[in-house]
Write a protein that binds this ligand. Structure first.
Ligand SMILES: [Ca+2]
Ligand SMILES: [Ca+2]
Ligand SMILES: [Cu+2]
Length: 228
């Protein structure tokens, strides 16, 4: 056996082992204004105006676009989806900026069926509905998995969607939608109460898996070259 062939076979067998060991799934979301859709969202500037400080829709000085990122981990058993989100230029306390238009009013995960521009709220983690039932933030008012930045405008949120939690649904019922790319995380503000930023959950291949696939393919390529 050539060295390359040995490496290739070793990587493929490691890959099978990793596949069997399956340590859960990772998802990533980029939250942007441009991803919004539907009534009263950032996409609906006919009714909500361009992003301004207010008071009043589309009134007052303009304000910077909001954005963020979120990372999710679904455990091996598929019973808990843990997430952390970081968001900029949305006012998490109502006093990070003078005007009300950028104030956070609610944040959720939405999921649903194909071909719909917006999906139903399936699990809320700030404001209404609040579905992270075992979170310490359930005792707060408003109910919240989020913490404002000490300085600057925005904050972070973290929580876990457990198997039986949900807004008239459950994680178990929504997993097929999430795995099929039909879910997004959404932050709603006073000005865009239909949604100011959102991002679809996209599954991220684990780095170890990617490296093993790459080495396995290199090994196979090496085998082919030598046998020609
Ligand atoms: Ca504000
Ligand atoms: Ca929970
Ligand atoms: Cu929402």
């Amino acid at each position: 056996m050539t060295l390359l062939r040995t490496i290739g076979l070793l990587c493929l067998s490691l890959l099978l082992f990793v596949g069997r060991a399956d340590a859960g799934l990772i998802f990533h979301a980029d939250l942007l204004t441009g991803t919004e859709a539907g009534a009263n969202s950032f996409a609906d500037q006919v009714n909500r105006g361009a992003p301004t400080t207010g008071p009043g829709l589309g009134l007052g000085p303009s304000r910077p676009l909001s954005f963020g990122t979120a990372n999710f981990f679904l455990n091996d058993a598929g019973t808990a989806l843990t997430f952390t989100a970081t968001v900029f230029n949305i006012d998490f306390t109502g006093s990070q900026t003078p005007g009300p238009n950028d104030d956070l009013v609610a944040a959720h995960i939405h999921a649903g069926v194909p071909a719909a521009p917006t999906f139903s709220v399936v699990w809320g983690f700030f404001g209404n509905p609040f579905n992270d039932l075992n979170s310490p933030g359930a005792a707060l008012s408003p109910q919240s998995d989020c913490t404002a930045f000490a300085t600057g405008v925005g904050g972070t949120c973290t929580g876990t969607w457990d198997l039986t939690e949900g807004n008239s649904t459950t994680l178990a019922a929504q997993l097929p939608n999430i795995l099929a790319g039909r879910s997004y995380i959404n932050f709603h503000t006073t000005q865009y109460n239909g949604g100011e930023i959102r991002g679809f959950l996209v599954q991220v291949p684990e780095p170890a898996t990617l490296i093993l696939v790459g080495l396995g393919l290199l090994g196979i390529a090496g085998m082919r070259r030598r046998t020609v």
